[in-house]
Ligand binder design. Structure first.
Ligand SMILES: [Fe+2]
Ligand SMILES: [Fe+2]
Length: 232
């Protein structure tokens, strides 16, 4: 029994947007994801950190969800910037139920527990081009409120882990004010994804312990499509 994380599966069974066009790193990625999950067991939990399916609607993403359903263990999903199919929690749960999808849970203003550990998170936000615009500030504030709601739901948990699609810091700036928020709630581990084609040797990415928070990047291509174990 273990807790894993991986982001950016970018499944495309119905939407014809294979990631293979983005270079050799993505060659045969669907089979590699399947192989990457092979060592997991039914008792394991994996947080899928956004950019799950290219489908434009739940219906168009159905085969992607069925693929995820076929992977071992429970999956907790959060929204990425490319998850256009994402809708209300009620609609998503109704859709999953109608299609006999039982292993997917939605992380959205709430939290889940892995043993005593709370799994919290939100999509986050990153717009390097124009962070001064009112629209971007509004989105960043909303994302901060969503993470706070998730952390607040986990208030009694001694250990809380944050899972965020976007890296919480971009170009040295914490646009969503996530770091003071994580400090306020005593978060010591933050897992994020979104970045692609990152050089394994690139030390500029936010990784390792910085000011008391351990950052882990789990984009699928960075992990060679093998979910990263977060804890036993
Ligand atoms: Fe992505
Ligand atoms: Fe993304």
């Amino acid at each position: 029994m273990a807790l894993y994380a991986i982001g950016d599966l970018h499944l495309s069974f119905n939407s014809n947007k294979s990631m293979e066009v983005f270079g050799d790193g993505w060659f045969n990625y669907i089979d590699r994801i399947k192989a990457g999950f092979e060592s997991l067991e039914a008792t394991d939990t994996t947080v899928l950190c956004g950019d799950i399916s290219w489908g434009m609607s739940l219906k168009e993403s159905l085969n992607d969800f069925l693929f995820i359903e076929g992977l071992p263990g429970k999956k907790i999903i959060l929204k990425g910037n490319h998850d256009y199919w994402w809708t209300t929690v009620t609609k998503m749960n109704t859709f999953f139920e109608a299609n006999n999808i039982k292993s997917i849970e939605i992380l959205n203003n709430n939290c889940y527990y892995y043993n005593e550990v709370a799994i919290c998170g939100t999509r986050g936000w990153m717009r390097e081009d124009d962070f001064s615009s009112e629209e971007n500030k509004k989105v960043a504030t909303r994302e901060n409120m969503r993470l706070r709601a998730s952390l607040e739901a986990a208030i009694k948990a001694e250990i809380k882990i944050c899972f965020i699609h976007y890296p919480p810091i971009t170009k040295g700036k914490d646009y969503c004010d996530f770091i003071p928020l994580m400090n306020e709630y005593g978060v010591k581990t933050c897992v994020y994804a979104h970045l692609h084609n990152v050089d394994q040797q690139n030390t500029e990415q936010l990784q390792g312990v910085i000011d008391g928070i351990d950052y882990k990047m789990v984009s699928s291509d960075y992990l060679s499509f093998i979910p990263q174990k977060i804890m036993m």
